[in-house]
Design a protein around this ligand. Structure first.
Ligand code: MN
Length: 193
């Protein structure tokens, strides 16, 4: 399934209750975006989303992204989200799917660097094949990142790893030291209250 579908996204949510956008599939952008949302659900995690074929392909990263190429961060795939979700910051009510506060921890545009034997691979195919390489132009995250799928029994998981390039920095710890929203400057506690 290369093109996105928002069926799962819509089925899991009651748009009369949650402030999340209902959204829709969009056209292809000249400059695709990425977003990382900090989400204080039952388990705090970071949702990493890449615009692919009009939707946001999404992975939940329990520890959040790293700027150290030695770190391999588990990334569990979740349902496609609408593009409008990239601007969502607020509180999903308790009892709703993913109940808890959400803030936009980082966002920007990205470039697809995925290739195989020197041939560029379109993002939809890259995701379907389980090998994605992107160059991020965010506020906090910059440079190359690789997302690679692996199987653990029946479950599918991915790893997010920083490429060893000029934007790598093992001394930084942005998850701990740069917790605020890049849209509003708020912390997750400030969004919650
Ligand atoms: Mn989430």
């Amino acid at each position: 399934m290369t093109s996105g579908s928002l069926k799962d996204y819509r089925e899991r949510r009651d748009f009369g209750t949650t402030p999340e956008p209902e959204g829709r599939e969009s056209g292809v952008s000249p400059e695709p975006i990425f977003v990382v949302q900090k989400h204080a659900a039952r388990q705090l995690h970071y949702d990493f989303r890449l615009e692919v074929d009009g939707v946001l392909k999404s992975w939940a990263i329990p520890k959040g992204p790293s700027t150290d190429p030695k770190d391999k961060r588990l990334a569990v795939p979740t349902e496609d989200h609408p593009l409008a979700y990239a601007g969502f910051e607020g509180v999903i009510p308790e009892g709703e799917y993913g109940g808890g506060a959400v803030l936009v921890w980082d966002t920007g545009v990205y470039r697809n660097l995925t290739e195989k034997k020197g041939e560029a691979i379109p993002m939809g195919q890259a995701v379907a094949h389980g090998h994605v390489k992107v160059w991020l132009e965010g506020n906090k995250l910059k440079g190359g990142y690789a997302l690679t799928r692996f199987k653990t029994g029946k479950d599918e998981s991915w790893l997010l790893v920083k490429a060893a390039d000029e934007a790598a920095d093992p001394r930084r710890n942005p998850v701990a030291d740069e917790p605020q929203s890049v849209l509003t400057g708020r912390t997750i506690e400030e969004v919650s209250s």
